[in-house]
Design a protein around this ligand. Structure first.
Ligand SMILES: Cc1cc2nc3c(=O)[nH]c(=O)nc-3n(C[C@H](O)[C@H](O)[C@H](O)COP(=O)(O)OP(=O)(O)OC[C@H]3O[C@@H](n4cnc5c(N)ncnc54)[C@H](O)[C@@H]3O)c2cc1C
Length: 265
């Protein structure tokens, strides 16, 4: 039997939620629990503990009391800090609205003022040092929060290419990026079928000279092929490549994390 998280999560409350595009919902949390939230952690990840369907806040809270049950009953999922505004104590997290199969997505699609969940984190930001001659950013919807946070954090005179793969043209939206970073949008409708679009684009583009840093994340098999291209074909040093599988077709997050741990061992 799995043990419940030993630490008690912060319980965050939703202030509002809105769709950024048909397949992406932004949930804004607010409240005194966010007092002291670290600044500059946009793009860092966090763990969300999802209430069970119909669970009241009192039941959820009681579960984490010292005398609460031992068994793990809540799904925990990894997400990205999209934005934190200290002046209003507001935290944004952007969720892919990918249907009714996952507890996190179900929760986000139904979130409204007063909804709640448990929160652990944030981790350290993924990229803290921007030293490249050019940047390559590539993301599907799940990685747009880290991609957007990275584009906002990089120097204003940065140069590079940002590639976004979305399931519909309606998911294309305004993105804030340095002027020297060229944005490209690819549409891959069937997200349950692995896509080659990003790899093909990257292989066929003009490759600038100089030091490259990457911020790349998304579906695991897409990431596997991009990682192989960057490390084996292009010989880009691993220290300059943030590249990470965020989900895998057909696996829930726990199974995907288990697969990643086995591959890393
Ligand atoms: C470091 C990190 C940061 C992340 N940040 C974000 C973020 O900010 N926003 C975000 O939306 N996701 C993010 N993800 C991805 C997210 O953790 C997974 O998509 C997770 O599986 C969603 O949980 P769920 O409960 O909705 O679905 P699960 O219960 O895990 O899976 C249910 C089914 O949905 C499928 N599925 C999972 N994700 C997707 C998807 N994106 N598109 C289509 N099908 C999917 C699975 O393959 C499975 O068949 C991040 C992942 C990592 C590792």
């Amino acid at each position: 039997m799995a043990l419940r998280p030993k630490r008690r999560p912060k319980i965050l409350t939703v202030r509002s939620s809105r769709y950024l595009s048909p397949n992406m919902v932004r949930v804004t949390f607010a409240g005194p629990e966010l007092e002291g939230f670290p600044l500059g952690h946009e793009g860092a990840n966090c763990k969300l503990v999802l209430p069970r369907d119909g669970e009241s806040r009192e039941e959820f809270d009681a579960y984490f009391a010292p005398d609460g049950p031992d068994e793990k009953v809540h799904a925990v999922r990894t997400y990205t800090v999209r934005a934190f505004r200290p002046e209003t104590l507001e935290l944004d997290i952007d969720f892919v609205a990918h249907g009714d199969h996952g507890p996190a997505t179900r929760w986000a699609q139904a979130a409204k003022q007063g909804s709640f969940l448990g929160f652990f984190g944030p981790s350290q930001p993924k990229i803290t040092d921007y030293h490249a001659d050019w940047y390559l950013v590539a993301a599907d919807l799940s990685a747009m929060p880290i991609a957007e946070a990275t584009l906002e954090a990089m120097p204003k005179d940065a140069k590079g290419i940002a590639l976004f793969e979305v399931p519909t043209t309606e998911d294309i939206r305004e993105i804030s990026a340095p002027e020297g970073v060229k944005l490209h949008w690819l549409v891959h409708e069937n997200v349950h079928k692995p896509s080659l679009a990003q790899l093909e684009f990257i292989k066929s583009m003009d490759w600038p000279s100089g030091v490259l840093q990457t911020c790349i994340a998304g579906e695991s098999s897409v990431i596997r092929s991009l990682r192989s291209y960057l490390h084996n074909d292009r010989r880009i040093p691993k220290k300059d490549t943030y590249i990470s599988g965020y989900w895998k077709i057909g696996l829930i997050e726990d199974e995907h994390q288990k697969m990643k741990r086995a591959e890393a061992a």
